[in-house]
Design a protein around this ligand. Structure first.
Ligand SMILES: Cc1ncc(COP(=O)(O)O)c(C=O)c1O
Length: 399
């Protein structure tokens, strides 16, 4: 049973739509995705990464289902007002923050912070005396044959994560400043298609937990981070450069299911010390599995011999993740004629506002027709700008 909003919800939303793109997220779909993730990762306490979509009805439903939350900044706190979640179910997974952000989060009750350098450990201890730390680890690079860097379409490895060599200095800095490192975390990169990336992360975490314990820290927590790819009916490739007659992406690795990731991980988790508490911080998996982005066509034209569609939603106002290859599936909700290859541009007057590749869509598609984009619901609103005066999507939680 699909997790995304059904045809009736989509039709109702379109009938009521004002100008601008829409993101629809099925509440029941997100909860079913959550149940699948919990079953695949037994014992993991889920902290939803709010940056994927901070809409209150979604946060409420997830909190009522027992989720905690992962925040990146104090700017995400207002969305939690009225959401029934205890402060000890909040964590800040952003490993580098302005001291004022750390202090504001701590004042709001957040006590668990990621850090990946001695400097950040010290700054956190100063801005939030008494806070507990999660040491963010680098995930060792595997033998990746797929088209996406390091197994993930949205890599994080160049920016964050301590290597094993850095651990002693970080542990010593924490000891000097009276801060407890209570565990470790990692992030394999978002929309990761390689289950072994989590397995490598768990092995690195196992070593790090033991090192930290020897150094005197009460290291007991392991957060597996996020990175879990969404369910896209098995039709999950990179942005379509070429597609078969059915419009199926053919040029990228299939994303594993959450059950496939769990099956790869469970034996690795069994090797950990028995008292380790497991966390997971999914964002994309819950939102993109249960959501769809809806956008009108604003123009169809020929340009230098190619067919071009312009959409109300483009890279600057919702689809920026296509620039790094996050896989979408684009469906015409109406439109006639044989399917032909289209190039797709966003609405702004900017040369970068173009989706990579070509897309098979009906030849008769035209201004006012609606397209549904699967795989684009997560991060669409939160990453959107109003460049050129063109607003990003409005998000509705339905079902
Ligand atoms: C610390 C942290 N946790 C969790 C997430 C969520 O990742 P994803 O949406 O890939 O599940 C992110 C995403 O940037 C993150 O930075």
């Amino acid at each position: 049973m699909p997790l995304r909003p059904g045809a009736e919800s989509v039709a109702r939303a379109i009938a009521q739509a004002g100008p601008g793109p829409l993101v629809l997220i099925s509440r029941s779909g997100a909860l079913r995705a959550l149940a699948r993730l919990r079953e695949a990762l037994p014992g993991a306490s889920v902290h939803y990464a709010m940056k994927a979509c901070g809409e209150q009805p979604l946060l409420l439903a997830l909190a009522q289902a027992g989720c905690g939350f992962e925040l990146a900044s104090a700017g995400e706190l207002p969305a939690l007002a009225g959401v029934p979640v205890a402060a000890d179910r909040l964590l800040c997974g952003n490993p580098v923050r302005a001291s004022a952000q750390t202090a504001a989060l701590y004042a709001a009750g957040v006590e668990l912070f990621a850090a990946d350098s001695p400097e950040e450990v010290v700054r956190t201890a100063q801005a939030a005396p008494g806070a507990r730390l999660l040491l963010r680890l680098a995930v060792p690079l595997g033998d990746v044959a797929s088209g996406c860097a390091a197994g993930a379409w949205w890599p994080m490895r160049d920016t964050f994560g301590a290597t094993p060599e850095a651990l002693p200095a970080i542990a010593a800095a924490a000891t000097r400043h009276g801060a407890d490192i209570v565990g470790v975390c990692f992030h394999v990169g978002s929309h990761c298609t390689d289950p072994q990336a989590w397995v490598r992360g768990v092995a690195a975490a196992d070593d790090a937990l033991r090192t930290l314990r020897v150094a005197g820290h009460p290291a007991q927590v392991l957060s597996l981070g996020g990175g879990f790819p969404p369910e896209l009916d098995g039709n999950c490739g990179p942005v379509v450069a070429t597609a078969d007659a059915a419009g199926t992406a053919t040029n990228g690795p299939q994303a594993p299911s959450i059950e496939g990731i769990g099956a790869a991980l469970v034996p690795a988790l069994a090797q950990l010390p028995p008292d380790v508490q497991l966390l997971a911080e999914p964002g994309r998996y819950l939102v993109a599995s249960a959501g769809v982005l809806l956008t009108r066509v604003t123009a169809a034209r020929t340009h230098r011999g190619a067919r071009w569609l312009q959409l109300e939603c483009g890279l600057h106002n919702g689809l920026i993740e296509s620039s790094r290859g996050i896989p979408y599936r684009i469906r015409a909700l109406r439109g006639s004629g044989a399917r032909v290859a289209w190039r797709i541009a966003g609405p702004s007057c900017d040369g970068a506002d173009v989706l990579p590749g070509e897309w098979l869509l009906p030849a008769g598609i035209n201004e006012g027709d609606w397209l549904a984009i699967d795989g684009a619901a997560a991060y669409a609103q939160s990453r959107a700008s109003a460049f050129n005066g063109l607003a990003g999507p409005v998000t509705r939680i339905v079902d």
